[in-house]
Design a protein around this ligand. Structure first.
Ligand code: NI
Length: 225
């Protein structure tokens, strides 16, 4: 599933991120790329271990934990500490698939879901779309600052070249309790239906209770925790 999660950060939080990132030291983005993707990648990043990455990463993780659409879609077991990148004019990231396994310090985890949180107003740059391929074709994504796109980490994707301005964003991966994108999508659809139905008929309605039971039984069957 390709899901647009709105308002992960408030405009004030976006401004805070941008102010701190503008004072950060940026390095070549190939530092975190695998051997194959290093050839495709032309951008700048804030070093993973820097104080600013950690501080802003904690701000983002705190907001995500309080974001029901993100939690429902990702069913996160672990979220990798957010990283920060920047594409200036002429920079891009050619088609690639993200590494399957990542290390956060000594912790090793599987990347099931990739996320990009946009930190630049789309009016401030041209190009720079995140283009994700799935069974239905290519999807070009450029979102308001503070919004996030979530997609399967197994997808082929790229970032189109910047032709004006600069695109700043945070990116990170999650290991989900449910490894299969199809199963996560089904659970997310069912959860949305339950939420919508409970607004009209109430949470205590027997059919809402029965559907919630089905949701939990599917999650019990599929979750790796
Ligand atoms: Ni990628």
């Amino acid at each position: 599933m390709l899901l647009h999660v709105k308002g992960v950060l408030t405009p004030d939080q976006v401004a805070t991120c941008r102010a701190k990132l503008s004072a950060a030291s940026w390095v070549d983005g190939r530092a975190t790329a695998g051997e194959q993707s290093a050839r495709a990648k032309r951008n700048l990043q804030v070093p993973e271990e820097s104080d600013v990455a950690r501080e802003l990463g904690d701000l983002i993780l705190g907001s995500l934990g309080r974001n029901p659409p993100f939690v429902s879609a990702a069913l996160p077991l672990r979220v990798f500490p957010p990283l920060f990148n920047r594409y200036d004019v002429g920079q891009a990231f050619d088609t690639h698939v993200d590494n399957a396994i990542r290390f956060a310090g000594p912790v090793r985890f599987r990347t099931d879901i990739s996320c990009t949180l946009f930190l630049t107003d789309p009016a401030d740059y041209d190009g720079g779309e995140l283009i994700v391929e799935d069974a239905y074709g290519e999807h070009a994504v450029k979102l308001p600052a503070g919004d996030l796109i979530l997609y399967p980490a197994s997808s082929l994707h790229r970032v189109a070249p910047i032709t004006r301005g600069a695109r700043w964003s945070s990116f990170f991966w999650a290991q989900s309790m449910v490894r299969s994108d199809e199963r996560r999508t089904l659970l997310h659809d069912l959860d949305n239906t339950i939420q919508a139905l409970s607004l009209t008929v109430g949470q205590a309605d027997p059919q809402v209770v029965a559907l919630a039971g089905t949701y939990n039984n599917l999650l019990r069957m599929w979750a790796e925790v």
